[in-house]
Each structure stands twice: as structure tokens, then as C-alpha cells.
Ligand binder design. Structure first.
Ligand code: NAP
Length: 276
């Protein structure tokens, strides 16, 4: 009882310190969530938010030291979490991810596929075949395989939620991120197609397409010595997004509040245009 009270008050403190207006404390109680590429940036923010809402979270990334640091941060907030190395492009690592989830938490309700790479800068038709393969392997194929491999576990629980993290670039291709943009459009298509196939099984599949969010990944787009000013000029709300602008949307989509939503894309992008 006392522990629960302390837990709730520590969660309250975090939400006010981070200026999150409202965190529903128990919305995800009893749920188990995998969030990939989750030791920093948007993935970490999502794992943290799901944990603060009561989910047990499984985090991962390519480097053990990053996993250890993220787990420590989550645990300091009394979030029930486990973590491991999982390069999403590696089938053995993906298997281990599901095994760890089942061993530690006994099942799976939520998959958030968040990993992406952009190994090349340039126009869509200037990309080498090797870079094209890498982008599609990590950004699209691994998301597809994770979703596919999560199905037996979601079905066991008679339903579940899958969220793919796309990008505003999937709608408005960035000139310098040509192939990356196409891969993010593909995720929107994957989400819609999978949603239709899984609709009758109570598995909802949705997509979140963030605008420009302040993380390491987007540093060159947001910094003043990079393209900060130019990028900002394309954002009607005239501010870059924060990780919290994305994590709350994902928390909603994986909660029971979104049980009748599937095949949709939510675009937290400060008003940037999002039409295909
Ligand atoms: P970030 O801050 O650079 O974080 C990347 C995270 O992914 C780290 O935890 C990294 O840890 C991990 N990671 C990288 N490659 C991985 C791989 N192959 N397998 C597993 N983990 C991997 O990136 P972010 O900005 O949060 O981006 C997250 C997602 O949001 C991406 O899908 C990105 O396309 C999307 N997005 C971002 C923005 C933006 O403006 N930031 C906008 C739209 C969409 P390790 O180094 O330890 O692997």
C-alpha cells in the first residue's frame, strides 16, 4: 500500500517536472510492451511513458552500455523494465527479444517498432544499391518481421496493439533524405495493409509519423549551425517537437482508449502537411 502510494507520487513528480500535462497512471496496467531502439530519443521516451502508465516495458538497442544506462533511468522511476541488445536487422537478436519478453513478463500485448537508419544523404535517385538495401532492411523489413513474429504472442492474449514509427518525411519527402523518406512511406502502407488483415482478430495496427523532433537523429535539421532556420520555416507551429509530443500519442494508441482505431496514422508535426 505504502509502496503503491510512493510509486504514484514519484510518477506524479516526474510528469510535472517534464511538463507533461496529464499522465493517466493506470491506463496500461497489466500490459507488456516491447519498444525497439529504445535506449534514447523517441524510443526511450515511448518506453518511459508506457512504463509511467503502468506497462511492463522491454527496451533494447545495439549497445549493451546504452541498454544498461536506460534501464537504470527507467528503474529509478519505479518502472518495471528489462532490456537487452537487439539490433533489429539481426534475426537472432529479434528472437532473443521475444524470448526475453516471455521469460521476464510472461506474454506480450504491445509492439512499438521504432528503429530506423539513414546511412546516406542525397536525392532519392542518387542512392547506392547497398544503402537502399540497408535502409529498407532496417526501416521496413525489420519492422515487418517484428510485427509478424509478435503475432503468435498477441493472439495468445486474444488481441494487441502494434505501432510503427514512420515520419513526416513519409508524406513530404525530404530532398536530402530521399530513400529514408520512401522507407517511411512504405511503413504507412504496411500499417494500413496489416490493420485490414488483423482487424477481425482484435489486433489494432497504427502508425505515428512525427515531425521534426529534437533528438540526436535530427540534430543537423534542428541546430543553428545546421539547417535549423530552414527547417523551422516549414513548421507552421514554429517550434521543433519534443519526445513527449510523440510518446503521449503512442500511449494513447496502445491503450484501450484507441480500441476502435486501426490502420490510421497520427501526425504530431506542428502542422506540417501530411497528405499522400
Ligand atoms: P535517436 O535519438 O538517434 O535514437 C536512436 C535509438 O535507436 C538509440 O537508442 C539507438 O541506440 C537505437 N538504434 C539505432 N539503430 C538501431 C538498430 N539497428 N537496432 C536497434 N536499435 C537501434 O533517434 P530518434 O530521433 O529517436 O528516432 C527514432 C525513430 O523516430 C526513427 O524511426 C526515426 O526515423 C523516427 N523519426 C524521428 C524524427 C526526429 O525528428 N527525430 C522525425 C520523424 C521520425 P544504439 O546506438 O545503442 O543502437
Amino acid at each position: 500500500m505504502l509502496f503503491n502510494k510512493l510509486l504514484l507520487s514519484s510518477r506524479k513528480l516526474i510528469s510535472s517536472a517534464r511538463n507533461i500535462s496529464y499522465v493517466p497512471k493506470n491506463r496500461l496496467d497489466g500490459k507488456v510492451a516491447i519498444v525497439t531502439a529504445s535506449t534514447e530519443g523517441i524510443g526511450y521516451g515511448i518506453a518511459e511513458r508506457l512504463g509511467l502508465e503502468g506497462a511492463k516495458v522491454v527496451i533494447s538497442s545495439r549497445k549493451q552500455k546504452n541498454v544498461d544506462a536506460a534501464i537504470e533511468k527507467l528503474k529509478s522511476q519505479k518502472i518495471e523494465a528489462t532490456g537487452l541488445v537487439c539490433h533489429v536487422g539481426n534475426p537472432q537478436d529479434r528472437n532473443k527479444l521475444f524470448k526475453e519478453t516471455l521469460d521476464k513478463f510472461g506474454g506480450l500485448n504491445i509492439l512499438v517498432s521504432n528503429a530506423a537508419v539513414n546511412p546516406t544523404v542525397g536525392g532519392v535517385l542518387d542512392c547506392e544499391e547497398q544503402s537502399w538495401d540497408k535502409v529498407f532492411d532496417i526501416n521496413v523489413k525489420s519492422a515487418y518481421m517484428l510485427a509478424k513474429d509478435s503475432l503468435p504472442h498477441l493472439r495468445k492474449n486474444k488481441g494487441g496493439k502494434i505501432v510503427f514509427i514512420s515520419s513526416i518525411a513519409g508524406y513530404q519527402p525530404f530532398e536530402a533524405l530521399g530513400v529514408y523518406s520512401v522507407s517511411k512511406t512504405a511503413l504507412i502502407g504496411l500499417s494500413r495493409a496489416a490493420a485490414v488483415q488483423l482487424a477481425s482478430e482484435n489486433i489494432q495496427v497504427n502508425c505515428v509519423a512525427p515531425g521534426i523532433i529534437k533528438t540526436k537523429f535530427s540534430q543537423v535539421l534542428t541546430s543553428n549551425d545546421g539547417y535549423g532556420e530552414e527547417t523551422m520555416s516549414g513548421i507552421p507551429m514554429k517550434r521543433f517537437g519534443e519526445v513527449d509530443d510523440i510518446s503521449g500519442v503512442v500511449a494513447f494508441l496502445v491503450s484501450n482508449d484507441a480500441n476502435y482505431i486501426t490502420g490510421e496514422v497520427i501526425v504530431p508535426a506542428g502542422g506540417m502537411q501530411s497528405r499522400l
